[in-house]
Design a binder for this molecule. Structure first.
Ligand SMILES: [Zn+2]
Length: 179
């Protein structure tokens, strides 16, 4: 079983880009983690799995959802253009290209990858999600992927994405979780 591999270093998560962040201009808790990297940068899969959704979302832009081998769903959002991956394509952690970083969708305020994970395809768009970084670390440690969760109440109340800015340092709350 391959390990989970973060698509980008945690040091690229800007202040305010953490999971659950509620700082303005957000109107709801942040439903994923933002990696602030240059537009066009290749995004590699965090997990082994298969592509189960490749779509356009008004709010999240170009999105791909991968179901991993444990039945957890990972959403890659705001990509520059539609991914070339067709449904059912197998992907491998740290190896397979999902797409490229972009700034698509009404919730995006600059080039970044919004990564989220949940218990179903639709969770990427609405419903319960959990911290993708904490989830990946627990899975790598062979622990259950139970985590703090954030529920989006309604499509109309989609969380605002704070404008990503370069991170000066890794947020303290994430540092503590680094093994
Ligand atoms: Zn985000």
């Amino acid at each position: 079983m391959a390990s989970y591999v973060l698509p980008f270093a945690e040091s690229t998560i800007p202040k305010g880009g953490e999971f659950g962040n509620k700082a303005a201009p957000r109107t709801n808790a942040h439903r994923g983690v933002d990696f602030s990297v240059a537009g066009g940068t290749v995004i590699k899969s965090i997990s082994d799995g298969k592509v189960v959704k490749n779509t356009w979302s008004t709010v999240l832009g170009w999105v791909v959802v991968v179901e991993d081998t444990k039945g957890i769903f990972w959403g890659y959002c705001h990509m520059r253009e539609a991914s070339k991956l067709i449904l059912g394509t197998k992907v491998y952690a740290g190896k397979s290209v999902i797409g490229r970083v972009g700034n698509t969708g009404s919730a995006s305020r600059g080039a970044h990858l919004h990564l989220t994970c949940g218990s179903g395809i639709e969770a990427v768009f609405s419903g319960w999600v959990q911290d993708p970084i904490a989830c990946a670390k627990r899975l790598n440690a062979k622990e259950k992927p139970v985590a703090k969760v954030v529920e989006k109440p309604a499509v109309e109340a989609e969380a605002e994405e704070a404008k990503p800015v370069a991170a000066k340092s890794v947020p303290t709350n994430l540092k503590k979780k680094v093994k």
